[in-house]
Design a protein around this ligand. Structure first.
Ligand code: ADP
Length: 400
């Protein structure tokens, strides 16, 4: 027989029991609060969340899941997860994959609402475990991508439209090019004939022609020569896109040297100094055509340097512009108004000041230059100020 507890001992025991009961109650309240908090978070989620049992039945769903399917939670629980999709087979494959691999990410499905409306979603899902550590089911969260899909579709549509427009434009350009080619090609031979016969006329009948007659012949000859220049420029222009010349690596420094050398008589006559700046790189491209670019830009710089310029100067070089190497040809000539920057690249466009200062010209040169640069995947632009001079910049895609 054990010793009977004393009154004090009993009192002590009761106190301990009371304390224990209090602790338990507190723990229970804390657990309840934790449960409420977790549930609150799940319900607050804007993404539809469901849990799925190992046999594919919905075991829980939040409010967003109710909204997207159009059924209350108690109607959803116990039903087959895959029943709420436009493609149930794909939905089933999705959760089977989760069981197999542990998770899926961005799995695309389309949830069908009770009233037929569909919502495109991306599923992220993973397995969750029970207290013993066994797989209890799948926790699946869907992200509504309706807006993203709409934006993507709109983008795709405008991309398609743009592509069609580009194709149309390219076809039109091609058509125009071959038209220009045909016309200029057909014009070339009558022009040559006129020039030939003007020469013959001068030679055979020069002696019997009056001064007026000779003057008229000169006019015809000048006009025919101008026309020949124009026809040749147009022929060149129409060929750039249609015909690609042999591309190779070459020294741009050499190209510039050659171009300057060829223009030496004009440069000397005008007392123009040419400075070549910086290390000109090796370039991969059509040398002949890039020579034409330099020749045109330098010829323009000479033409438009200004008759009264006390210290005419041209700088040629390369410098960093927006993180890429840009070649430049700079003059301290008459300059160009910003309003005319785009116009001067248009075919036949000549500024009135140019006609005054440089006389003849076809207005095709810069159009050809621009086409050649674009044909080399580059860009051309300028900065200029009337009275101060112009700098023409251009890039080429393939620097050696
Ligand atoms: P062209 O020189 O035969 O007139 P371009 O196509 O080469 O034709 O040039 C178009 C126009 O751009 C020129 O008529 C001229 O008005 C202007 N331009 C070109 N280069 C310069 C320059 N370096 N300085 C001033 N104006 C220029």
């Amino acid at each position: 027989m054990g010793k009977k507890p004393t009154y004090e001992e009993l009192e002590q025991r009761v106190k301990e029991l009371e304390k224990e009961a209090f602790r338990r109650k507190k723990a229970e309240e804390e657990l309840k609060e934790l449960h409420r908090y977790t549930r609150e978070l799940i319900e607050a989620s804007l993404d539809p969340l469901v849990t799925i049992s190992t046999d594919g039945k919905i075991t829980d769903a939040n409010h967003a899941a109710e909204l997207v399917r159009g059924y209350p939670r108690d109607k959803l629980i116990g039903t087959d997860f895959s029943d709420y999709f436009t493609d149930p087979r794909k939905a089933r494959q999705g959760y089977l994959k989760v069981f197999r691999e542990g998770y899926i990410r961005d799995y695309p499905l389309e949830i069908r609402h009770r009233d037929g409306k569909t919502t495109p979603v991306l599923y992220n899902a993973s397995v969750y475990l029970d207290a013993k550590g066994d797989v209890a089911g799948v926790f699946a969260a869907a992200r509504d991508i309706t807006r993203r899909k709409k934006a993507e579709e709109a983008l795709l549509k405008s991309e398609k439209k743009l592509k069609a427009l580009f194709a149309e434009l390219a076809a039109k350009n091609e058509e125009l090019d071959s038209f220009v080619y045909r016309v200029s090609h057909d014009l070339k031979s009558p022009v040559v004939t006129i020039e030939g016969f003007v020469g013959a006329l001068k030679e055979d009948f020069g002696g019997v022609l009056s001064e007026d007659g000779k003057k008229y012949l000169r006019y015809i000859s000048d006009a025919a020569r101008k026309m020949e220049l124009l026809v040749n420029d147009l022929l060149d222009l129409s060929r750039i896109e249609r015909v690609t010349r042999r591309k190779r690596e070459f020294s741009f420094a050499r190209l510039v040297e050659d171009a300057v050398k060829a223009l030496q008589p004009q440069l000397k006559a005008r007392g123009i100094v040419v400075n070549i700046q910086g290390d000109l790189p090796v370039v991969y491209g059509e040398r002949m055509r890039l020579s034409r670019v330099m020749d045109n830009l330098l010829t323009n710089a000479i033409k438009y340097i200004g008759k009264e310029n006390p210290s005419p100067r041209i700088d040629v070089g390369v410098e960093e512009q927006d993180g890429q190497k840009a070649f430049f040809v700079r003059d301290n000539g008459i300059g160009i108004d910003e309003r005319d920057f785009d116009k001067i690249f248009q075919v036949f466009h000549r500024l009135p000041s140019a006609k005054q200062i440089a006389g003849e010209g076809t207005g095709v040169g810069l159009t050809i230059v621009k086409r050649i640069i674009e044909h080399h995947g580059g860009e051309i632009w300028l900065i200029s100020e009337p009275g101060k001079g112009s700098t023409f910049y251009f890039t080429i895609k393939n620097l050696g």
